[in-house]
Ligand binder design. Sequence first.
Ligand SMILES: C[S@@+](CC[C@H](N)C(=O)[O-])C[C@H]1O[C@@H](n2cnc3c(N)ncnc32)[C@H](O)[C@@H]1O
Length: 233
Amino acid sequence: MYRSKFSPSDWKFDEHIADIFDTHIRQSTPFYDEIQRMIVELANVFIVDNAIICDLGTATGEVIYNLNIKNPSRNLTFYAIENSVPMLKKAKLKCEEFENVVYINEDINNFIFPQSNLIISVYTLQFINKNNRQDIINKIYDSLEKGGAFILCEKIIIDNEFIANSYVKFHHDLKKRNKISNDKIIEKENSLINVMYPITYEENCHIIQRSGFSTIQTFFQWYNFICIIAIKD
Ligand SMILES: C[S@@+](CC[C@H](N)C(=O)[O-])C[C@H]1O[C@@H](n2cnc3c(N)ncnc32)[C@H](O)[C@@H]1O
């Protein structure tokens, strides 16, 4: 795919997107609420008292909010890493009742990971340049405690063109069912070309494995959307 330099119509997590994000992601991402529910369920298998949890690309703080609500008395500490100020503001608002969240306005590429029990990335690493992906996953592996876990949700690309085109159509159909207009669907698709870098399922598994994880399990897939859990044994 041809990628030009940054253009004014490129997708940005700016103030406008921050305002509509919670509605938009539910309209445009399959089973968003169910995935969030599963993440809490799965995370609870790995959460210990006093656990440190990093949420990469925290957006409006949905993951941290949900985990906090379900774990009121375990003395957890959350790191919310987010390079968009408007998004981080929304996360602060959503999580204002909690005092255990450290908000970090930083690029994940530069983030020095604390020793953690759980690291979660829900539809975020796809926005990181492919060349930096291995380095970030290596840091994730290194910073996890033994027995800790990495939860990754990503949009993926599919090697087979016929299947890939079908999945794109099914995704557009989902958006239409959720009342997004055809024009908006095309506009968003074009705006993501220079800013989103999805890789295949196999590439995702490969870089996770190469960093040192030996247990890798897919716990969700809807066409070209996947969620994986990797455990540091
Ligand atoms: C699709 S949203 C993530 C959704 C969110 N994790 C959730 O569970 O609802 C992607 C987020 O990652 C952030 N992001 C993208 N690239 C980033 C980077 N290099 N460093 C930090 N945050 C980044 C964006 O600003 C955006 O808020």
